[in-house]
Design a protein around this ligand. Structure first.
Ligand SMILES: Cc1cc2nc3c(=O)[nH]c(=O)nc-3n(C[C@H](O)[C@H](O)[C@H](O)COP(=O)(O)O)c2cc1C
Length: 185
């Protein structure tokens, strides 16, 4: 079970990237493999004129990483009540061609953190909508870490027991979705 983590933040000390790393530890505790995608910043702005053949090299890297993974876990911050542009841009690239995009039928889950009160709930909801429109199998998980600077430790583990449990449940649900799909195949 290979899980790819994609953080919507490029920031070095990103709460979302740390949260993903913490999730990755749980994936590995359940016998899976976890890889964090680190190429988001290199992805150019989407231009349909450049979307020919395999597309630009950083996009090929993204699409290959998604295709190689059995499931994808996103952690997104919220910028002005929505998905950060860099993440939306990457997802737009990944969505083409729509019929054969690498996220189609792939189990995905979305979690998120923000320094505001609500833990990026709107950005998460929008990202789930976009992923569903691309044909991904969006797992029904919920984890919104508000006031992330206070509610995550230095390594991204939720301090609150309820949120730590919700992170564990998110990972378990994503892996269960994946196992169900493998059994049906
Ligand atoms: C351009 C911008 C817009 C933001 N808008 C929101 C927002 O709408 N809601 C919110 O809770 N936090 C907002 N924030 C604060 C982010 O939650 C905070 O910067 C957070 O740490 C970003 O996630 P990261 O730590 O993973 O980089 C915004 C930050 C930036 C830079």
């Amino acid at each position: 079970m290979r899980v790819l983590g994609i953080s919507g933040s490029l920031r070095r000390d990103s709460h979302n990237t740390k949260l993903l790393r913490a999730a990755g530890e749980l994936v590995e505790q359940h016998g899976g493999q976890f890889e964090l995608f680190d190429g988001l910043k290199a992805i150019p702005p989407y231009d349909e004129d450049d979307d020919i053949g395999y597309g630009p090299r950083p996009v090929v890297r993204l699409k290959r990483a998604i295709a190689k993974a059995d499931a994808v876990l996103f952690a997104t911050p919220e910028y002005n009540s929505s998905i950060p542009g860099v993440l939306k841009n990457a997802v737009d690239w990944a969505s083409r061609p729509l019929a054969t995009n690498p996220l189609r039928n792939k189990p995905v889950a979305v979690i998120g953190a923000s320094t505001g009160m609500f833990g990026a709930v709107w950005a998460q909801a929008e990202l789930r909508k976009v992923l569903a429109a691309m044909g991904a199998r969006v797992t029904d998980v919920e984890l919104a870490v508000g006031h992330a600077h206070e509610h995550l430790d230095h390594a991204g583990h939720p301090i609150d027991a309820g949120q730590a449990e919700a992170l564990g449940d998110s990972v378990v649900l994503l892996l269960a979705e994946l196992q169900q799909l493998e059994m049906a195949a």
